[in-house]
Design a protein around this ligand. Structure first.
Ligand code: PMV
Length: 352
């Protein structure tokens, strides 16, 4: 009987407060701007992945996601497999006693505990978990920065899910992407009372994938160039300062303005891309009302490439933010029933 080698891991979802939108190199997933996110707690939204390899497996690598076979022949998944195998080969070349795993077929089994491809950053947790599970299987050094460089090639935003807490992704300038990696802005423990609530407007798959959306935005939006070259670099700095100083009002304002800016470039794309819907816009209004009632900014909305709202707030404002959403929206059309739950849960920031 041939041996089966196996390793498992989980990776959490991250939600960007400064959005990545635009690729300067689509093959290597090199972005046109740096970005910054908050990693949510592992207990809530996460991908669990087991990677195994064996000479007894069918020759082709395979990936099951939520029980369904996925195509692994795509360039992104292949790039991750290739890079990880190359690193394993180095281990095997150095240590003659190391088992020869790099050439064995891989079997990857992943489970998400949230809707896939609904603007809930499923690919981020997915590729982060895939890369770390294989790295564990191959007994590679688990340096999150190095693994982030590999996960980035699977899905750009995945590089940020290898760190907990507050995470940046430096766009880098090299042509080979060696300097386009995630970095820790602050651990979760630095600002532990940050919370997020996710309003699932729709659990359906998004109609414009982020990859194709980005390409058209870069090619056609007149707002895009100033966003990438001026707005985002300024906001990256403001956001890092806000996190360092635990300044929620600035954190929230920059988060909301950056979400607006990203969705403005989508609307400015030709043909236009609409990720937000009427229910998303109602959530924006509700956040404005909550902030007006509080007399200061205590809640911030942000939307990825889909209609679902993520609202950041501090734990002490739980009642005034998450509580208000729960009571006001529970019986409103669009927030319950078939189109998704009113409030999916409250999420803490994750430690790595
Ligand atoms: O990683 P991708 O290719 O799925 O792109 C994600 C893009 C956004 O979620 C909209 C923004 C971000 O920075 O996560």
């Amino acid at each position: 009987m041939s041996e089966i080698y196996r390793a498992s891991t989980t990776a959490p979802v991250n939600i960007a407060v400064i959005k990545y939108w635009g690729k300067r190199d689509p093959k290597l997933n090199l972005p046109t701007n740096s970005s910054l996110s908050v990693t949510l707690s592992q207990n809530d939204l996460r991908t669990h992945t087991t990677a195994s390899c064996s000479s007894s497996y069918p020759a082709e690598d395979s990936l099951l996601l939520n029980g369904k076979p996925q195509d692994v022949s795509g360039a992104r998944t292949q790039a991750c497999f290739r890079e990880l195998r190359a690193l394993r080969k180095e281990v095997e070349a150095r240590d003659s006693k190391a088992s020869k795993l790099a050439d064995l077929p891989l079997k990857i089994v992943s489970e998400n505990n949230f809707p896939t491809a609904a603007g809930l950053a499923s690919s981020a947790a997915g590729f982060a978990a895939l890369v770390r599970a294989i790295a564990n299987l191959y007994e590679l050094p688990a340096d999150p920065t190095e693994l982030s460089r590999i996960a980035r090639q699977g899905s750009g935003s995945a590089c940020r899910s290898l760190f907990g807490g507050y995470v940046g992704w430096e766009q880098g300038s090299s042509a080979d992407g060696s300097d386009s990696k995630a970095f820790e802005v602050a651990p979760a423990s630095h600002w532990p009372n940050m919370r997020a609530v996710i309003l699932v407007v729709s659990a359906a798959k998004k109609d414009v994938s982020s990859t194709s959306g980005m390409q058209t935005t870069v090619a056609t939006s007149s707002l895009f160039a100033s966003r990438a070259s001026e707005t985002v670099p300024r906001r990256m700095k403001e956001m890092q300062d806000a996190i360092k100083n635990k300044d929620f009002e600035t954190f929230a304002k920059v988060t909301m303005m950056d979400s607006n800016s990203f969705h403005a470039t989508c609307l400015d794309t030709y043909p236009p891309i609409f990720y937000l819907n009427d229910v998303s816009r109602a959530a924006i209004k509700m956040v404005e009302q909550i902030n007006t009632a509080a007399g200061k900014i205590i809640a911030a909305y942000t939307f990825d490439a889909g209609p679902n709202a993520v609202i950041y707030y501090l734990e002490e404002n739980e009642k005034a933010v998450a509580g208000v959403f729960k009571t006001l929206l529970a019986d409103k059309d669009g927030w319950s029933g078939e189109r998704g739950a009113a409030v999916e849960g409250n999420y803490e920031v994750a430690e790595k």
